[in-house]
Design a protein around this ligand. Structure first.
Ligand code: HEC
Ligand code: HEC
Ligand code: HEC
Length: 132
């Protein structure tokens, strides 16, 4: 190897190592996906918050949904609680999608970015959206 190609070789390795944390981070937390949070219901909220803190929701929403399904289907336990003065139940369609009614710009965009295939809509009704 000539000295010049050695330098280039080392530079390439250096860049790959330096970029790794950023690449890795963007893969594990897909916050760079251009999601749209605003919907009529969320715009009208006095305090704009999810049912659990945002970071927790981003990380654990699949676990929460699985737990809700088990609690509803096995134990018929449907009440969730009060958020911003409104009573909510443990329901994908009537709770999550009530606020996040822009499924394609919110859920779908992030899932596409993270290459996650969500099959729930085979059975559950997706919100009606005014698509252009
Ligand atoms: C094969 C059809 C089917 C698929 C696929 C499916 N579900 Fe369900 N799900 C049901 C049925 C039926 C109920 C019971 C409805 C009820 O009692 O209100 C239910 C209930 C639920 C409930 C509690 C009630 C409610 O209104 O939401 C949650 C939460 C839920 N499912 C989440 C999910 C999630 C998350 C996925 C995808 C990972 C999923 N389900 C995929 C059929 C399905
Ligand atoms: C009462 C309205 C409401 C309900 C119900 C609700 N959300 Fe949210 N959600 C919000 C708001 C508002 C934010 C933004 C919170 C913030 O910026 O701190 C949010 C944030 C999120 C985020 C993080 C987005 C990001 O910026 O990365 C995810 C994921 C999410 N919600 C999924 C869900 C799921 C899944 C459900 C049902 C289990 C649900 N939400 C129920 C209002 C709601
Ligand atoms: C900020 C990004 C982001 C947003 C917004 C988001 N999700 Fe997700 N979701 C993910 C990621 C990443 C996974 C895969 C996580 C894993 O496998 O550990 C996932 C997985 C899921 C799963 C489990 C799928 C399976 O088959 O295992 C369900 C159900 C789900 N999301 C529902 C929703 C719903 C409903 C919304 C909109 C209300 C939503 N998500 C919004 C990032 C997001």
């Amino acid at each position: 190897m000539s000295d010049k190609s050695k330098v280039i070789y080392l530079l390439v390795i250096f860049c790959a190592v330096a970029a790794f944390p950023f690449l890795y981070n963007s893969l594990s937390t897909p916050v760079n996906a251009k999601i749209e949070l605003n919907t009529p219901v969320i715009d009208a909220m006095k305090v704009k918050q999810c049912i659990v803190p945002k970071e927790e929701m981003r990380r654990d929403h699949m676990k929460i949904l699985n737990r809700w399904r088990d609690e509803v289907v096995r134990d018929s336990h449907r009440e969730f609680g009060n958020i911003d003065g409104v009573m909510y139940e443990k329901s994908l369609q009537r709770t999550c999608m009530h606020c996040h009614s822009n499924k394609s710009e919110f859920c779908d965009r992030c899932h596409a970015y993270a290459s996650v295939d969500v099959y729930c809509w085979d059975c559950h009704l997706a919100p009606k959206e005014n698509k252009p």
